[in-house]
Design a binder for this molecule. Structure first.
Ligand code: G
Ligand code: G
Ligand code: MN
Ligand code: NA
Length: 252
């Protein structure tokens, strides 16, 4: 309860919340073209609180709408700033399953992008596999509207949620992000390699771009390059970082 009360104040204060961005490396051209926005909270007395702690709490309340709107506004400002600086970066933003149950959510995103003069291709939404599997009809309609308007949809934490893949037939998504549980220690075992290789092949045959998360070593990166994975994200390439550091990577 205290955390939620404090988070409410953080949303209003505007000097406690900020974003870090984790760059993704495109393995086909060795460029950074996309970054994931990750929320950070500098609590006035408790210090930095991890989103792994507060996001799940917020997601269970109506505050999730305000959190997502806050992140959206910051992402939009940042896309425009980068583009003014000559950094052609796309931002991938995390949303919660419950956001898609809000009436008008898709339209709110599209209007915000339009008002800021940002083409939808500069924007990607990440939704976890488990949020997608428990989707409602309303949620699917909103995802479809976003996809139809050119927003890229990514399935986050791929492989961890459920033991069925039937949802892939009905979800309008473009990108699959393989969960770091499969990518961690990739070089140390033929079993992990076999699993990731199969996931990359299947997802690509179904028409998705594939991003491997949690890449922590050069060997893992090289293995993923060998099997034709499209992009990687992880500490080996870059940690989540302040906006200006991403711009430096993107213009190299
Ligand atoms: O860096 P990491 O500690 O940033 O993030 C921990 C978890 O919090 C991840 O599962 C990540 O997806 C989630 N998360 C980070 N930022 C956001 C955000 O802006 N919105 C939502 N819904 N989840 C986020
Ligand atoms: O759930 P989501 O994929 O949105 O989570 C992003 C989370 O993964 C963040 O907490 C981020 O700090 C973390 N992360 C990013 N790269 C790595 C990595 O290479 N290794 C590990 N262990 N975590 C990572
Ligand atoms: Mn994510
Ligand atoms: Na993930």
């Amino acid at each position: 309860f205290t955390i939620l009360h404090d988070f409410r104040q953080a949303l209003d204060s505007d000097n406690q919340l900020y974003l870090h961005f984790q760059p993704r490396l495109n393995l086909s051209n060795n460029k950074c073209q996309s970054v994931e926005a990750l929320i950070r909270w500098q609590h006035p007395t408790l210090g930095v609180i991890s989103p792994a702690e507060f996001v799940p709490l917020v997601e269970n309340t109506s505050l999730v709408r305000e959190m997502t709107d806050w992140v959206l506004q910051r992402c939009i400002e940042q896309i425009n700033l980068w583009h003014q600086q000559g950094c052609s970066l796309q931002i991938a933003m995390n949303i919660s399953g419950s956001n898609l149950d809000e009436a008008g959510f898709a339209q709110r995103i599209l209007s915000a992008l339009q008002e800021a003069g940002i083409e939808t291709r500069w924007f990607e939404l990440e939704l976890t596999e488990s949020a997608i599997v428990s989707h409602s009809k309303q949620a699917m309609k909103q995802l479809q509207a976003l996809a139809d308007a050119g927003v890229s949809i990514a399935i986050d934490d791929f492989g961890t949620g459920y033991n069925t893949l039937t949802y892939l037939q009905e979800v309008p998504a473009h990108v699959v992000k393989i969960d770091r549980a499969f990518v961690f220690n990739l070089e140390q075992g033929p079993r992990n390699q076999a699993i990731v290789n199969a996931m990359v092949n299947m997802a690509q045959k179904l028409g998705y771009r594939v991003v491997a998360e949690g890449v922590e070593s050069e060997q893992s990166c090289e293995y993923l390059r060998t099997i034709g994975c499209d992009e990687i994200q992880g500490y080996w390439y870059s940690k989540p970082s302040p906006a200006n550091e991403c711009c430096a990577l993107a213009t190299n």
